[in-house]
Write a protein that binds this ligand. Structure first.
Ligand code: ADP
Ligand code: ZN
Length: 529
């Protein structure tokens, strides 16, 4: 790449009119201009686009930007054009263009006027495009939303897996810049591996959103939960908020209930026609309604800076999803309240939704759900759990009471002896039974199967009958979080001891947990999946 003469800050002013760089932008841009493979991990709103846009404008040739959403490509290009006086500085190439439009794009590319070309992964699967790009001067390839390459990401796109081989066909020396807002350590290593990044410079920004308040509330019966939501919204009257639910029908029901309670609300889900969806999204953006009740179909690319609360009526299917969805609150840096209603029944619903998926997907899904359960049931600082999930170290003291657990620490109890009971029960059942059966044994409940197997003769039978099944279910979940036991997914959720569980049995130690029977109550019973 050619030597850059003008200073970066001058270029920033000239092209974008900004006076200073945000976060890691400058050092990232230097790395890109030096022709290095670069990996940018930055939360939404951090200013990722500029990281490749500025070097693209400063480098000879045109940068190719791979972007997964055709619908957003036009907006991105319009935005770039709005900073420039020349419309041909940026183009997009995807299946929505007519033959004449494609011809115009190609002419501009060949003339050297275009500095950024946004492409869908599909565009790169077409040989004629690859042949065309091979003849062009390309400055670098930017892969936006790079987490789409990983099955562990929240938005897996199989076409992303073929990017590396397609890029190599254009020119195997091109620097590659990967960008994402969502990289857990697992996703990160998938990205580096699948894009074949060569000794990349990795820039990881903090994911902490210090202006967001996180809270988990036990989900109770439907009417009660809705009453709580109505009360919450009345307390934040006139403020914008999003409520996420698992299914379409609930969005409608909930929106109706809110309207009946004098709250300006609409439902939003993928089952509505495109016109209605666009209309409702506009109503929300223009504040004709305060609250939008939506499935996760809502939110991608929505940039309303003053969303003041995000409520989850159902627990999301991964912590990553939760982070993204709550991340839509407080984009302007001001207050954002994130409340998630949690009941273990909703977890079972999520598990149920995966029942027909292939084993590998079920395994992955189950692990992601477990991490969400760990978050919901944890008594630790919510922020700490979230940031830990993103591989970031964080001390609870930094939270400033901006989560429910820091504000109202939960009471903990000693469970050493009871943990021993559970471990012994699982062991004497030879690790061949699931939670429900184990709990029946501990609480001394007889049923035909137990009688047939003569498990009522076991020493542990009825050893925990002073507590009810809710207690033991909750303890078993906590023990999974503590890595003392695990569920065997391949064999229908049979409970097994981990290595840590075995050593605990040999030498039990004090173990304090906060129990969450409250999450066992009626929450979500009356909602279908
Ligand atoms: P991301 O893609 O990481 O979500 P964007 O690229 O959309 O973030 O940038 C978020 C916002 O920050 C945009 O409105 C953008 O114009 C603004 N922005 C980016 N860089 C700067 C900067 N150096 N100074 C001021 N504003 C910036
Ligand atoms: Zn906290």
């Amino acid at each position: 790449m050619a030597v850059v003469k003008e200073s970066l800050i001058d270029a920033l002013r000239e092209h974008f009119g900004f006076d200073s760089f945000k976060g890691n932008q400058e050092i990232i841009i230097k790395s890109i201009l030096a022709g290095k493979d670069t990996f940018v991990i930055m939360p939404t709103g951090g200013g990722k686009s500029l990281c490749y846009q500025l070097p693209a404008l400063m480098s000879p040739g045109c940068a190719l930007i791979v972007s997964p959403l055709i619908a957003l490509m036009k907006n991105q290009v319009d935005l770039v054009r709005s900073y420039s006086s020349k419309d041909n500085v940026a183009h997009f190439l995807n299946s929505t263009l007519s033959k004449a439009q494609i011809k115009k794009v190609r002419t501009d590319l060949l003339s050297g006027k275009t500095k950024m070309l946004y492409v869908a992964p599909e565009t790169l699967t077409k040989q004629e495009n690859l042949d065309f790009f091979r003849e062009l001067e390309i400055s670098f390839i930017a892969v936006d939303e790079a987490h789409c390459i990983s099955e562990w990401g929240h938005d897996f796109r199989p076409e992303y897996r073929r990017l590396k081989e397609m890029i190599e066909q254009i020119n195997d020396q091109l620097p590659i810049i990967a960008l994402t807002a969502t990289a857990t350590p697992k996703v990160q290593s998938d990205i580096v591996k699948n894009l074949g990044l060569r000794d990349p410079e990795i820039y990881l920004s903090s994911f902490n959103r210090s202006n967001l308040y996180y809270e988990i509330r036990p989900k109770r019966k439907k009417e009660q939960t809705i009453r709580e939501i109505v009360k919450f919204i009345h307390l934040h009257k006139g403020k914008s908020g999003i409520i996420y639910t698992l299914n379409r029908k609930t969005t409608e029901e909930l929106a109706d209930m809110l309207v009946a309670n004098n709250i300006k609300a609409v439902a939003y889900h993928a089952g509505l026609d495109a016109g209605t969806r666009a209309q409702r999204q506009d109503m929300f953006l223009h504040e004709d309604v305060d609250v939008i009740v939506a499935t996760i179909a809502f939110g991608m690319g929505i940039d309303k800076p003053d969303v003041r609360f995000v409520i989850h009526y159902n627990i999301p299917k991964s912590l990553e999803n939760y982070y993204q969805e709550t991340g839509r609150a407080g984009r302007d840096g001001l207050e954002g309240i994130c409340v998630c209603f949690y009941s273990y029944k909703d977890v079972q619903k999520l598990e149920h939704l995966m029942r027909d998926k292939p084993l590998s997907e079920r395994e992955m899904g189950a692990q992601l759900i477990n991490e969400t359960v760990a978050y919901a049931e944890s008594s630790a600082c919510r922020r700490k759990v979230i940031l830990h999930y993103f591989g970031e170290k964080y001390e609870e003291s930094q939270c400033n009471n901006a989560c429910d657990n820091c504000r109202n620490p939960k009471e903990k109890i000693e469970v050493k002896n009871r943990v021993v009971v559970v471990l012994k029960a699982i062991q004497s059942l030879e690790e061949r039974f699931g939670t429900e059966y184990v709990v029946n044994i501990i609480t001394g409940k007889v049923n035909p199967q137990i009688t047939t197997y003569q498990h009522n003769q076991l020493e542990v039978f009825g050893q925990g009958k002073e507590f009810d099944a809710h207690f033991w279910n909750s303890l078993i979940r906590q023990m999974m979080l503590e890595d003392l036991i695990e569920k065997d997914i391949e064999e229908y959720g049979l409970l097994k001891l981990t290595e840590k569980g075995h050593s605990f049995l040999k030498e039990p130690y004090s173990i304090m947990v906060s129990l969450n029977h409250q999450f066992e109550e009626d929450g979500g019973e009356d909602e279908e999946v």
